[in-house]
Design a protein around this ligand. Structure first.
Ligand code: HEM
Length: 255
């Protein structure tokens, strides 16, 4: 934890001391808010540091864990890996082609998107319930009156394994995301939660995962060191491989 605090605080300080201007990223906006003289927009430097720490915590383990699960599941399904490679060859004819997110989204790489949706359904990085407080005076939830001040939540895992929505929920089927009812299904993939307090980094995380996977699988053959072994999963607020690691062979493709 000390390392995270130091990293977040050093990064903010380093950027504040940089002479480069014109960068429009989150850190830049935060620094502008810290330096702002407008009371409404202003962040205190403590608020800036806390935000910086929060972004490091929320934005790292989640995405890296999802990438681990996706690599694991794809490695366990050679047919899926082959189909993904074919899609990537079309989009990136040369091995060293670099694509931007504009060309790596759902409409350009639909199979990769379907894999991400399906693995995130089966292995949501944050699987449990995210608590919410009912308002004063209570509210009706799912047809039942719940008094005000009650903590309620719906575990993400339970939604993702609801067989009324996802047929054969324990089966890995990326194709389910390529069918006609995809708009409806998307409402029930809540890996980033839903509503006004949902993940603030959803777009960034999707961008990171899509670009990392597209370039990884286009350039390298990836396979598990122990393909016969099933990964044991554990939950510590978030889902994690129980061994905290997954070993893979990575071999550069010839072309
Ligand atoms: C695949 C990766 C990620 C997953 C699965 C994920 C998932 C989640 C979930 C389930 C929540 C809880 C929302 C709620 O309480 O309803 C959350 C909150 C949050 N996430 Fe992410 N997240 C990911 C990546 C990121 C990244 C990359 C960032 C930013 C760098 C980020 C920033 C945040 C922030 C700031 C919150 C708190 C939002 C609030 O309370 O208003 N997340 N995330």
């Amino acid at each position: 934890m000390q390392n995270i605090l130091k990293f977040a605080s050093d990064s903010l300080e380093e950027r504040a001391n940089e002479k480069v201007t014109g960068r429009r990223d989150f850190t830049q906006l935060m620094l502008e808010a810290i330096n702002s003289t407008n009371g409404n927009d202003r962040l205190t430097s403590e608020e800036g540091h806390v935000t910086s720490v929060m972004l490091v915590i929320t934005g790292t383990v989640t995405t890296s864990t999802m990438l681990t699960f996706i690599t694991y599941v794809v490695s366990k399904h050679p047919d899926v890996k082959e189909k993904l490679f074919k899609e990537l060859i079309n989009a990136m004819p040369e091995k060293d082609t670099t694509i931007s997110y504009k060309h790596a989204r759902k409409d350009c790489l639909p199979y990769l998107w379907a894999i991400i949706m399906e693995v995130s359904r089966m292995y949501p990085a944050i699987p449990g319930g995210l608590p919410r407080l009912t308002p004063d005076g209570g509210d009706i939830i799912a047809g039942q009156f719940i008094p005000g001040g009650t903590v309620v939540d719906v575990p993400i895992w339970s939604i993702h394994y609801d067989a009324r929505v996802f047929k054969d929920p324990f089966e890995f089927k990326p194709e389910r995301w390529l069918g006609e009812d995809v708009e409806n299904l998307m409402k029930y993939n809540v890996v980033f939660s839903a509503g006004p307090r949902m993940c603030a980094g959803k777009n960034l995380a999707m961008m990171e995962m899509t670009l990392a996977l597209a370039h990884l699988y286009r350039r390298y053959g990836v396979s598990l060191v122990e393909p016969e072994e099933d990964m044991e999963i554990t939950q510590q607020f978030g889902l994690l491989p129980a061994s905290r690691q997954m070993n893979v062979y990575i071999k550069s493709r010839d072309h």
